[in-house]
Design a protein around this ligand. Structure first.
Ligand code: SF4
Ligand code: SF4
Length: 831
């Protein structure tokens, strides 16, 4: 097995785990049935987890268990029990998203290493150090970082925390941990493993309300897949990356085998200083087994034209040609020459016909398994025939692309891949005449010693020598080992029969296997079940309205309403200074919103925000940590993007120096009230009217579809001239806004409102309520704020408030993520 960064493979279940092992993975990550970001797959905690770890460890493979969801308060007791079981089972690490769970894991299982999940949205050295302070020994960086950014993080220093990056597989359009589309539109949470794949749906682009024709591009938020095989030498040369991760816990065993084998070979070659030997056929196979179109994506640096092609949102496989003619019984195809490195279309292949512009993703694509291929023109035209009724020729048109989604030859190729090599075992033999024969066998950190039952007599004929020992001890076929280094210390002429050497070899192998697969139980402590003290007793005080604005026009309107505070969330940093001064001059508390993502070269943004000497609405944990570490920070407020889903996480964040905190949008209205009671209601500031930020993405929609530029340097800044929205199939237009780092946020079209929950929230002691605007006009801002003031001062009921907001909101209102499902019971708050 090569050295260098670890190759880490996904395992949805047993077939994928076995495929990863055989293909040479150094480590496998997998989930349990609960608390995992892939809710539809996973191993059982009691029976399968120990068995999976035994299997992995017996083959010298590390096992990492994902615990990477946000955890609700009513689940904390179950989470604690799971952590205790995990400590018993002894995985090599758990991968965690929830900050409170990371801290809890350290408390319950201090020996169990914790890795910070990519769901923590970590993009800077500060973020890595923050996770390190919480006890993470490794951090999985966000997939939106370039190799240059990663190099800068390594250079800035991570305080000893290891780094892991993704090198292959599907990308989210949103920063992981920052996608609320499933919450907004389906009451499911991507932060709890229930992504509804809304980014893979078609959208129309509205510019100032009018549809902009984009030709074949309809899937405007669906990124291609990551493929970084060619960058492996560069990644290895960076020298500070501990692990390379392949995405795909929902993928099949063939995908796991092919990707693992490819990255295994590349890492070994790069580590040995050899040139990569990736053939065109290797690349085509990776594309065939699963891809939506492969590229180095964000790893290669910013190129807003490259990540989202827009033609399709599903697995395509290989482009095999284009439809030339459609007959009732056959489809005539012009083959694609670029994919000739693999077998051409043949009977048994699965294909789809991609019409791009008229098919709804809810409709099945036209396609099926080929029954017959006739090549009458020397490969220039292929006539495809399908089984009776297998495809509807009426839905296929000349010009449609033909993709091969399944190639049975690939199954055979995967089956023929070489099996995993044995683990190299070092054997030190001491063979002294008149003493017992001793052999110490070592694999990694495991060491066993075996000895002959009797002392060795003097050999009458052939004494034992190195050649005999190498031959007999090296007979390791059918075991998990192969003979590595053999050290021999022979004195005199000792005699060791072959049967003795065989017996000692078998003994050593059994002992090593037992040692490797034994559970690595660490210390286990019982977490303190007593409720922690409330940070501050809630003193009765009148409710206050806070407002967040994104345009100067909205600011004018907000100022006139004199709220308790105004937060400025502008695209342009330089517009902030005069606006801060205006708010201050009006005697209203002022804050500025930080970006949700800060990359290594963006510290200037932080300096700028600090220089304004006003409150900061902090949206990233790395920024919070660096502001706190820098000391003398102005008043800090934590936003929803810090993902506080339970009382432990909320207390942890508030304890870092936040004045107040907005809970994650994963909580429903009852859960927010529960959280308020469990911490301190005066320290929470939920949003009562806002547009849920459904996607937060590195992909700039403005640049991609309104310019031919690749970065902010050559795009012409269409974001400053145009108002954009993405219209979904229901006709809802979701506003898109860019921030100072060129990241785009797509907001829910309807305003999410909490009118029906205000009374309960006031009853729970909440007193700070925020309204936020996106594309609202000044009049709409005034109307929304005026209604809230009336309600908070007791002059307007919840029903009327909801109706007034419905009238004011440009595209109506929704209860959105605040919706409390029928039968939902607020479980007791556990610490
Ligand atoms: S961006 Fe959101 S909707 Fe798309 S795959 Fe990721 S979590 Fe799911
Ligand atoms: S300047 Fe505007 S349009 Fe250009 S990349 Fe940045 S956000 Fe996108």
């Amino acid at each position: 097995m090569g050295k260098g960064p670890e190759v880490m493979s996904p395992a949805g279940y047993w077939p994928q785990m076995r495929a990863a092992i055989e293909a040479g993975a150094d480590a496998v990550y997998f989930g349990l049935r609960h608390f995992s970001a892939r809710a539809k797959t996973g191993f059982s905690l009691e029976e399968e987890l120990p068995e999976a770890l035994r299997l992995l460890h017996s083959r010298g493979v590390k096992g990492y268990v994902t615990f990477n969801t946000l955890v609700f308060d009513h689940e904390l007791r179950a989470a604690m029990a799971t952590l205790e079981k995990l400590a018993e089972a002894g995985p090599d690490a758990i991968i965690v998203q929830d900050l409170g769970i990371a801290a809890l894991a350290r408390e319950i299982a201090p020996d169990l290493p914790v890795h910070g999940s990519t769901q923590m949205s970590i993009t800077s050295a500060e973020g890595v150090r923050f996770a390190g302070r919480l006890g993470a020994t490794r951090v999985v960086l966000a997939r939106e970082l370039s190799l240059k950014d990663i190099g800068a993080i390594i250079e800035a220093g991570t305080g000893g925390t290891e780094l892991e990056i993704f090198v292959h597989g599907a990308l989210c359009v949103s920063y992981s941990g920052q996608c609320f589309s499933s919450e907004a539109w389906g009451g499911r949470s991507a932060n709890r493993g229930q992504c509804a794949q809304a980014c893979r749906l078609p959208y129309e682009l509205l510019v100032a309300g009018a549809v902009l024709p984009l030709g074949e591009a309809r899937y405007l938020l669906s990124p291609g897949d990551l493929y970084a095989l060619q960058q492996i030498p560069e990644i290895v040369a960076l020298g500070g990356i501990a692990s390379l991760k392949i995405e795909g816990r929902y993928k099949d065993a063939d995908y796991v085998a092919l990707t693992t084998a490819a990255y295994r070979k590349a890492v070994d070659e790069a580590w040995a200083g050899r040139a990569l030997t990736v053939s065109a056929a290797d690349e085509l196979r990776l594309e065939q087994v699963y891809s939506r179109g492969m590229g180095s994506q964000f790893l290669a640096g910013t190129n807003h034209q490259a990540v989202v092609r827009g033609r399709a949102g599903r697995h395509r496989g290989l482009l095999m040609g284009r439809v030339a003619r459609v007959d009732a019984a056959a489809i005539v195809v012009i083959p694609e020459t670029a994919t000739q490195g693999l077998a051409p279309l043949k009977p048994g292949d699965g294909v789809v016909f991609d019409a791009a512009d008229w098919r709804s993703p809810q409709e099945a694509e036209e396609g099926g398994r080929i029954y017959e291929v006739v090549d009458a023109r020397g490969g220039k035209r292929l006539t495809l025939r399908f089984g009776a009724g297998a495809v509807n020729a009426a839905r296929i048109r000349p010009g449609d692309l033909v993709w091969r989604t399944h190639d049975p030859e690939l199954d055979k190729y995967v089956k023929a891949l070489p099996a995993r090599r044995g683990q190299p075992v070092c054997v030190e033999v001491t063979a002294h005449e008149g003493e017992r024969l001793r052999a110490v066998w070592t694999v990694g950190e495991h060491r066993v010693e075996v000895a002959s039952p009797e002392a060795m007599a003097r050999a009458a004929q052939r004494p034992v020598d190195e050649a005999v020992l190498r031959e007999q001890l090296g007979r390791l076929g059918g075991t998990a080992y192969e003979l590595g280094e053999l050290t021999v210390d022979i004195a005199g002429a000792p005699f060791a029969p072959v049967s003795l050497l065989n017996q000692m070899r078998r003994q050593a192998v059994e002992a090593l296997a037992a040692l490797q697969s034994a559970p690595r139980a660490g210390r286990r402590r019982v977490a303190n079940p007593a409720p922690e003290a409330v940070l501050r007793e809630a003193a009765p005080q009148p409710p206050q309205m806070h407002v967040l604005v994104r345009t100067a026009e909205q600011l004018d309107a907000a100022l006139a309403m004199r709220p308790a505070s105004i937060t400025l969330d502008y695209l342009e940093l330089y517009g902030l200074q005069p606006s801060v001064a205006r708010v201050r001059a009006a005697g209203v508390a002022v804050r500025v919103a930080s970006p949700r993502v800060l990359k290594p070269a963006e510290e200037r943004i932080v300096h700028f925000l600090r220089k304004l000497e006003c409150g900061i609405l902090v949206r990233s944990a790395g920024l919070l940590d660096s502001l706190v570490q820098a000391g003398a920070a102005p008043e800090l407020f934590g936003d929803f993007s810090l993902n506080a889903a339970n009382a432990r996480t909320a207390r942890l964040l508030l304890g870092m120096g936040l004045q107040r905190l907005t809970p994650t949008h994963d909580l429903n209205a009852d859960q927010i009230a529960g959280l308020a009671r469990a911490v301190d209601p005066l320290r929470l500031e939920p949003a009562v009217y806002h547009h849920l930020p459904v996607f937060h993405t590195e992909h700039c929609v403005f640049c991609r579809f309104l310019s031919s530029g690749t970065t902010h340097e050559n795009c012409g800044h269409p974001c400053e001239q145009h108002r954009l929205a993405l219209r979904d199939e229901r006709g809802m237009a979701h506003p898109v806004m860019a921030d100072v780092g060129c990241r785009n946020t797509v907001f829910g079209a309807e305003a999410q409102q909490a009118a029906g929950h205000l009374t309960a929230w006031l009853g729970a002691g909440l007193r700070h309520f925020r309204v936020e605007f996106v594309h609202e006009s000044a009049a709409e801002v005034r109307r929304v704020m005026a209604a809230l003031r009336e309600a908070l001062e007791g002059r307007m009921g919840a029903g009327e408030l909801a109706r007034e907001w419905q009238r004011a909101a440009p595209q109506g209102v929704t209860e959105g993520s605040l919706f409390v499902p029928k039968g939902y019971a607020q479980f007791p708050i556990l610490p």
